[in-house]
Design a protein around this ligand. Sequence first.
Ligand code: ASP
Ligand code: MG
Length: 403
Amino acid sequence: MALLVQKYGGTSVADPDRVRAVADHVARTRRQGHELVVVVSAMGRTTDELIRLANDVSKVLPGRELDMLLTAGERISMALLCMALAELGVPASSFTGSQAGIVTDGTHTRAKIVEIHGDRVRSALAAGRVAVVAGFQGVSTEREVTTLGRGGSDTTAVALAAALGAPSCEIYTDVSGVFSADPRLVPDARRLKQVSFDEMLEIAATGGRVLALRSVEFARRHHVPLHVRSSFTWEPGTWITEEETPVEQAIVTAVTHDTSEAKVTVARVPDEPGIAARLFRGLADRAVNVDMIVQNVSSHGLTDISFTVPRADLDVSLEVSRGMLPAIGAAEVSCDTEVGRVSLIGAGMKSSPGVTAAMFETLSAAGINIEMISTSSIRISCVINVDHVEAAVQLLHTAFELS
Ligand code: ASP
Ligand code: MG
């Protein structure tokens, strides 16, 4: 008998039929003799709808009140799932994040978990009950209700698995695992059997939407293997574990893409110490998450700095950069929202030269211009025009024989 932590995403509990299907699976798992902690997301698009509602009511959305509102979504799912379990004769108790002892810092709308008590969850398990926990939420050390940022239920599940000492954490979603590319763009994309934490971090950070980035960081830090699988087919999916991808596997594991960013260019910046520091300190102080940064070679003591930011942060980024023009002595700020990023990820890259060249050749053969490049030891990313993203993903998937 093992302790299992299962997380069900929004699509997995989107309507009454889905809630009953999940309850069936929970009952099945329990009949196999396992102890179960189930983490649920809000039903379907509930969180988006609550945010829309808030925006319809007011232009001012205090973080505390937004968190109070959004946590209602997961409360609905957890209560309904327990009712569906009751009908099946499975004893179950629901717990809010606060009741489950998920303690966070006080940063509303994107709080970080600092500690998990979990006493009530443990008592429920000891009493032979299934513990159903609301994902995405916690309580701050000041006893305020908080949320963990979009997609935060993954993090709740991983954190609970770590705190309770579960051997792994199952993440149920509407796809059957992690794929070599987005199957909507590449129909012959392959489901990966196993991916390393390092690769999954890069995949999650570059547009692979299956898992929230923070949950992968948490899983790696606390050594919790993840099993991403479908709640529609229940078939085995992708394991995310410590192990490196087997050597016989290809050098490249996946192609990802992201069209959610914009590019900002600060032109003709004096090429002197301290300029970049001031610019990026200004952006950091406004909590802008800068992604790729490129600075050109200078000519006549002037250079251009380009960087990408989430499109939602574009307005603030432009405001900060423009506001700084006189202070840093730069000429102008421009932006481009018609950009997208394609990335190749693979632990095998570390030891195989030539991947970068092959990637650039593939893009150039299709007449696709590369605007920015960034690399890590297991990733290469190129920023290109957004209209070329789909083709680039398909061409790279074929060129690196990922199907
Ligand atoms: N319901 C929250 C969201 O939509 C949390 C989650 O789904 O993980 O972001
Ligand atoms: Mg979700």
